[in-house]
Design a protein around this ligand. Structure first.
Ligand SMILES: *[C@@H]1O[C@H](CO)[C@@H](O)[C@H](O)[C@H]1NC(C)=O
Ligand SMILES: *[C@@H]1O[C@H](CO)[C@@H](O)[C@H](O)[C@H]1NC(C)=O
Ligand SMILES: *[C@@H]1O[C@H](CO)[C@@H](O)[C@H](O)[C@H]1NC(C)=O
Ligand SMILES: *[C@@H]1O[C@H](CO)[C@@H](O)[C@H](O)[C@H]1NC(C)=O
Ligand SMILES: *[C@@H]1O[C@H](CO)[C@@H](O)[C@H](O)[C@H]1NC(C)=O
Ligand SMILES: *[C@@H]1O[C@H](CO)[C@@H](O)[C@H](O)[C@H]1NC(C)=O
Ligand SMILES: *[C@@H]1O[C@H](CO)[C@@H](O)[C@H](O)[C@H]1NC(C)=O
Ligand SMILES: *[C@@H]1O[C@H](CO)[C@@H](O)[C@H](O)[C@H]1NC(C)=O
Length: 696
């Protein structure tokens, strides 16, 4: 045997032991089949957390949060005739299985992918499925074609539900999608749960003559006659000459293990059919301790041993003060707490542990045992379970927001219609207590300026620093929390969405607090970054003046803080408005700048308000403040009109109770004052303002 023969023999042994049979033939037909992925030497390019497990199963992601995994055929395939530019027909068959961390909550999904790159380095996990990022979604230069098996309903991409199959072209917004199902022999449609953990076979077939693309799925090895999705599409402009073919999957705060058990692919031919029975089988479902005990107890000889193990476990648990938990709970990352744990941490949600309450629910102080940490636990009861469930999928994105000026969401727990959110504990409570109540000491100007700069950079992060724009929608003093060093951190971001999901989509609900609500909100109901800026402006004035945006005063004309500040500005006595508690100790130019900024942010016209980036640049003295502050209002000359119109807009809007009292709860503050202020404002004070206007 020559060396060459020997090498050939080894080659074939290797090839067959890896269950990998690539057959590139002379014609255009290229095909390959993986009936399992054997050991690491199996020829497939992995990336992210993807790996081949000991059973030869390709695992794209595990049940850890916010990961992506990719697996691609190692070499690019020619999917187009390079002279005519026409796409070739192709066909693929693969078996996959999705094991969610929580039986009913998937996270996020996987996709059969045709891509120009096999790394997809700049793609994001979570709702992007490791395919794209927020800036390139929908861009035709992506050249990404994917069939998604999505187990989370993402509203931003118009997902139909949390169990669907979709065809995605250069975008996460599917060009066609359908609830996962298959047609039986009798053409009856049967629903199929993608995240049920059972292997599912999928077929994707593209015919370049008829320009039809079909997707078919089935829990059995026989291909159903009728495809689940059939779409008319010419892939020629989407595909490049050479493309990588493979899979992508991702997890968010909710996570699933995504497995591929086998895969065949063919260009200009039909992909080899796969038999679920001959593919590697999935790891057996993890047994719960109870069933383990039962099965073992059958074996008489080990009963004694078992008993002693049980006693040992019992003692061990007793020592650790741990309770018996389901095995799937053991795999839960630090972000998902057990209800019992939170109940114990807050001493059964005792009133003595109550830090505050408001429109969103109640906040309790809690002490977690392992590791010993102080947390604030927000308990939100929602009238609609569905709303909570949908919100849980939002938690993944809220949990990803990280900034030193945002109160960090540490985790969550859902128990029926109750949602518990765990935040870092803020020892110094909320800013409103320091401004309006009887604080331990009066905040100095330097402290105040540091706090508002912090809040500004937190808000800028929400608006611009994250992969998508996040609106806070309830910026106010009671949502600004203070840490040990009196740094300001914004709390409650993203919660307004909970109310979006819960409410009837045909009625617009404005979330926010009166006095911080931009006038256009009551007209359009649509929150924007400018409406956040408006609320931030109210916060600025509040911090300088040490009074609430709307507060009854002896002089009714001063009811609205903004009016009051503006009047003093016109009179040229602007420094009169500064909080007298500071006893004149402040940096005049900074105070002036902040007041000016507050007025600029409070303009009636959203377009006239500065952006958070501009605001921060002013505060950092990077750019000069404009000399003249335009009168908040439509026309610069309409000096009288401005604020009363603004108040009028409240009177004419149809606030409902939730709308005006939502918000105002954060770890560390009792927000009764502002809630009651809001409620009373929504009734009589309008009349008051009205008559005030007539009296003029
Ligand atoms: C994997 O396949 C590619 C192309 O078929 C080949 O170049 C490479 O050497 C193979 N790698 C292994 C480890 O077999
Ligand atoms: C998932 O994979 C990541 C990266 O390989 C690893 O750090 C993590 O521990 C894994 N999680 C689980 C639950 O196995
Ligand atoms: C591309 O199309 C031309 C014209 O139809 C044909 O002659 C040629 O063989 C095709 N090339 C490939 C690689 O299929
Ligand atoms: C993706 O990242 C890997 C590792 O960081 C790097 O080797 C590779 O070149 C990158 N690919 C692209 C297309 O940038
Ligand atoms: C998004 O992906 C594209 C490439 O597809 C990359 O050029 C861009 O920098 C990425 N953007 C972000 C914000 O990561
Ligand atoms: C699409 O992406 C290309 C290259 O990344 C970029 O030049 C172009 O501006 C993007 N188009 C849109 C509409 O974002
Ligand atoms: C697919 O959808 C994207 C955006 O939704 C759209 O730009 C594109 O034209 C659609 N493609 C086809 C082939 O319908
Ligand atoms: C797609 O499905 C239709 C039936 O809906 C069938 O007529 C057609 O042949 C299928 N095409 C492919 C490429 O499988």
């Amino acid at each position: 045997m020559t060396l060459l023969q020997f090498a050939m023999a080894i080659f074939f042994i290797l090839i067959f032991s890896f269950n990998f049979i690539p057959i590139p033939s002379q014609s255009q037909a290229v095909e390959f089949t993986y009936t399992g992925f054997s050991d690491q030497k199996s020829n497939i390019s992995l990336n992210g957390v993807a790996l081949i497990d000991e059973n030869g199963i390709l695992q794209l992601t595990n049940e850890s949060s916010r990961f992506k995994g990719h697996a691609f055929f190692p070499t690019p395939l020619q999917l187009k005739n390079s002279t005519t530019g026409a796409a070739f027909s192709f066909s693929s068959c693969f078996a996959f299985s999705i094991h969610p961390e929580y039986p009913k909550l998937g996270g996020h999904g996987m996709a059969f992918t045709i891509s120009p790159s096999k790394e997809l380095n700049s793609s994001l996990p979570s709702q992007y499925l490791g395919l794209m990022n927020s800036s390139d979604v929908g861009n035709s230069s992506n050249h990404i074609f994917a069939v998604e098996f999505d187990t989370v309903q993402d509203f931003e991409f118009g997902d139909i539900n949390d169990n669907h199959v979709g065809i995605d072209i250069n975008s996460m917004v599917s060009n066609a999608s359908a609830t996962a199902a298959y047609f039986g022999d009798d053409s009856v449609k049967n629903d199929l749960n993608l995240k049920g953990g059972e292997p599912i076979l999928a077929w994707v077939d593209y015919d370049s003559i008829t320009n039809l693309f079909n997707v078919t799925i089935s829990p059995a090895s026989v291909k159903p006659q009728i495809p689940l999705l059939s779409m008319q599409v010419d892939l020629s402009p989407v595909l490049l000459d050479n493309m990588y073919v493979g899979f992508s999957a991702s997890t968010g705060l909710l996570a699933s293990s995504h497995y591929v058990l086998g895969w065949s692919f063919s260009i200009n031919g039909e992909a080899k059919s796969l038999d679920l029975g001959s593919l590697p089988s999935l790891p057996a479902p993890k047994k719960k301790p109870i069933s383990l005990i039962v099965s073992l107890s059958v074996v008489g000889s080990v009963v004694l041993l078992l008993a002693s193990i049980a006693i040992a476990i019992f003692l061990y648990k007793k020592i650790k003060n741990a309770e018996v938990i389901e095995s799937w709970e053991l795999e839960i990352g630090p972000h998902r707490y057990k209800y019992q744990e939170l109940k114990r941490a807050t001493r059964g949600f005792k009133d003595s542990e109550l830090l505050g309450s408001g429109g969103f629910g109640r906040v309790y102080k809690g002490t977690l045992r392992h590791p010993k940490t102080e947390v604030a636990v927000k308990r939100i009861s929602h009238e609609s379970k569905q709303g909570v469930r949908e919100f849980v999928s939002e938690i993944s994105s809220i949990g990803r927001l990280r900034h030193r000026n945002l109160a960090q969401l540490l985790g969550w727990c859902r128990c029926g219609g109750d949602l518990l959110l765990v935040y870092e504990y803020m020892p110094n409570g909320s800013l409103d207590k320091w401004l309006f109540d009887e604080p331990k000491y009066v905040l100095s100007w330097n402290q105040r300026f540091k706090i508002i700069k912090g809040v500004a950079s937190g808000l800028l992060y929400l608006h611009e620093g994250y992969e998508q724009i996040v609106l806070h929608r309830d910026v106010k003093a009671s949502n600004v929390l203070l840490d040990y060093e009196m740094n300001g951190k914004l709390g409650d971001f993203g919660l307004a969405k909970l109310y979006d999901h819960g409410s009837n989509p045909s009625t617009t609900r404005v979330v926010g607090t009166l006095g911080y609500l931009a006038p256009e909100l009551s007209r359009t109901g649509k929150a924007t970054t400018s409406s956040d800026v408006f609320a931030f402006g109210a916060l600025l004035l509040e911090v300088v003046c040490g009074r609430r945006p709307i507060e009854s005063r002896s002089n009714p004309e001063d009811l609205v803080l903004l009016d009051y500040v503006w009047n003093k500005w016109k009179e040229g006595r602007i420094l009169d408005v500064v909080d007298p508690k500071m006893k004149g100790h402040f940096d005049e130019s900074e105070v002036l700048m902040v007041l000016k900024l507050g007025l600029m942010c409070s303009g009636n016209e959203p377009s006239g308000r500065p952006s958070m980036r501009q605001i921060l640049s002013y505060m950092e003295h990077e750019i000069e403040m404009p000399e003249i502050v335009k009168v908040p209002g439509v026309g610069g000359d309409d000096i009288e009109g401005g604020f009363e119109n603004y108040l009028y807009s409240y009177a004419s809007s149809s606030f409902d109770k939730t709308m005006s009292s939502i918000g105002g709860m954060s770890s560390g503050n009792v927000d009764k004052s502002s809630t009651s202020m809001v409620t009373s404002m929504s009734t009589s004070p309008f009349l008051h303002v009205h008559s005030l206007r007539e009296a003029r």
